[in-house]
Write a protein that binds this ligand. Structure first.
Ligand SMILES: NC(=O)c1ccc[n+]([C@@H]2O[C@H](COP(=O)([O-])OP(=O)(O)OC[C@H]3O[C@@H](n4cnc5c(N)ncnc54)[C@H](OP(=O)(O)O)[C@@H]3O)[C@@H](O)[C@H]2O)c1
Length: 232
């Protein structure tokens, strides 16, 4: 990335997923990146989106490497506890719905709460969160996938609201909700075959160059891997 200077520090959360690991590799290969830290369910320390204590403990640990200039949260889930996305109202289940919100909205919001303070407050910095185009209300022409769609739409609102609040104290901060395209991963495997998917490396290359061009503002961006804006 060029917009963060020649000695920027990056953190990837969810670094063992398909998209998270591609971000990790891209930062490692970027000569401008002086340090890349990672956090996942398999790092030491590890964390879970379902435990705020694990999130705050890992933030305290990673504060040793702060300030970061870019944080990417690449966590998320579509099939949770063995339950896939609901196609009909009749399939709605309160526990499964609340699990979708726990993983895709509440956990990521707690990551914002504990990790945004680790971003550089004096220079350009980016908080990027993998969202999904299906979280766009205006783009929803097909229906279905109630829990995943709704939890991503709520995530987008968390990002927009956090962006407005954080811009007051740090006008250099960029917040972005990212649509990576359809990428082969554990998350997408049951729904699309790999030959119809974008390689994670390409998706991440596109997302990094899109992030590079974003100007800090009071509000979040919702963009895809080609840098195209998506209506909320
Ligand atoms: N792939 C696509 O086509 C696509 C399209 C649109 C949006 N996205 C979004 O992109 C993001 C990354 O997806 P992906 O395709 O890379 O999927 P993935 O390979 O399954 O990665 C998902 C990541 O989330 C982590 N995670 C899930 N539940 C967690 C929990 N309770 N606590 C901590 N970490 C947890 C996983 O950790 P473990 O590896 O330990 O399970 C993994 O690192 C997601 O937000 C997804 O919604 C993907």
């Amino acid at each position: 990335m060029n917009s963060l200077g020649t000695q920027y520090k990056a953190l990837v959360i969810g670094s063992n997923g398909a998209i998270g690991s591609a971000f990790l590799t891209a930062f490692k290969n970027d000569l401008n990146c002086s340090l890349v830290a990672s956090l996942s369910r398999t790092t030491v320390p590890d964390f879970s989106l379902e435990s705020e204590t694990s999130i705050s403990d890992s933030a305290n640990f990673l504060a040793l490497n702060a300030p970061f200039h870019v944080i990417v949260d690449a966590t998320g889930a579509l099939i949770i506890d063995g339950h896939g996305p609901e196609k009909q109202l009749a399939r709605l289940d309160p526990i499964q719905l609340s699990r979708a919100f726990q993983i895709n909205t509440i956990g990521p919001a707690l990551l914002i709460k504990h990790f945004v303070p680790l971003l550089d407050s004096a220079n350009r910095a980016i908080y990027a969160k993998l969202s999904a185009r299906v979280g766009s209300i205006s783009d929803n022409k097909k229906g279905g996938w109630y829990g995943y769609r709704s939890s991503k739409a709520a995530l987008n609102m968390m990002l927009q609201t956090a962006a407005i609040e954080c811009n007051r104290s740090n006008p250099n901060l960029v917040f972005a909700a990212l649509q990576p395209g359809t990428v082969a991963s554990k998350l997408s495997a049951k729904f699309v075959s790999p030959e119809h998917c974008l390689p994670a490396v390409e998706a991440v290359q596109g997302l990094m160059s899109a992030l590079d061009g974003l100007v800090a503002k009071s509000g979040a961006y919702f963009i895809d891997y080609r840098g195209q804006p998506i209506d909320w």
